[in-house]
Design a protein around this ligand. Structure first.
Ligand SMILES: CC(C)(COP(=O)(O)OP(=O)(O)OC[C@H]1O[C@@H](n2cnc3c(N)ncnc32)[C@H](O)[C@@H]1OP(=O)(O)O)[C@@H](O)C(=O)NCCC(=O)NCCS
Length: 168
């Protein structure tokens, strides 16, 4: 059985490990994940099974657009993918109480990350709302060789609270 909750500080090192093993994520320092656990827990989610971390989501409220949550990273351990865990984490987050209310979700996705695109398109469809895509970071902005451009996906307005996802 998968459990969804806010992270605690001790989830940070496991989130760091999962991010490194996810394959497609930009890797931040362990400090970054500890900071999200301590300072942004109310906008983050961890998924656990038998106390083992199977997924995490980090996000924060956009201070320039307070009705918008920016999803920084979402990852599910490779063996547990395609079971609805990522979508359940997003739905779990949206069911929390926010003041002011959240009406939009934003995230950036690279053109080759079809799994992540499918996840957010599926969420928009389930929430019966729009999804808009535009390139916000051209590949030339990245100093590393070969980094793809990042496309902003904006989902909303969220007129209805999510009904939640079933986990298998
Ligand atoms: C992206 C990721 C988080 C999805 O996690 P997941 O738990 O497997 O996703 P879910 O099972 O909740 O799937 C949600 C939807 O996306 C679709 N989907 C998921 N992976 C897919 C894939 N590889 N190809 C096509 N569709 C896919 C599912 O079919 C589902 O659609 P549905 O609701 O219409 O049935 C996971 O693949 C991952 O951890 N990837 C590596 C990290 C990453 O790239 N994160 C995103 C960038 S921050």
């Amino acid at each position: 059985m998968i459990q969804l909750r806010k992270p605690i500080l001790h989830d940070g090192p496991n989130m760091f490990r999962l991010a490194k093993s996810a394959g497609t994520l930009d890797i931040n320092s362990c400090y970054h994940y500890l900071l999200f656990c301590q300072k942004f827990a109310s906008t983050c989610v961890v998924a656990t099974q038998k106390r083992e971390l199977t997924g995490f989501l980090t996000s924060f409220r956009d201070l320039d657009q307070p009705d918008t949550l920016f999803i920084w990273q979402i990852a599910v351990s490779e063996l547990k993918r395609n079971r609805g865990i990522a979508k359940a984490m997003l739905n779990h987050l949206l069911q929390r109480h926010f003041d002011p209310e959240i009406y939009f979700i934003e995230t950036t996705i690279t053109p080759s990350n079809t799994a992540s695109q499918a996840l957010f398109r599926s969420l928009a469809k389930e929430l019966q709302t729009e999804i808009k895509e535009q390139c916000i970071f051209e590949k030339e902005l990245f100093s590393e060789n070969g980094h793809e451009p990042e496309h902003l996906f904006r989902i909303g307005p969220l007129a209805h609270k999510s009904k939640g996802s079933f986990l298998t």
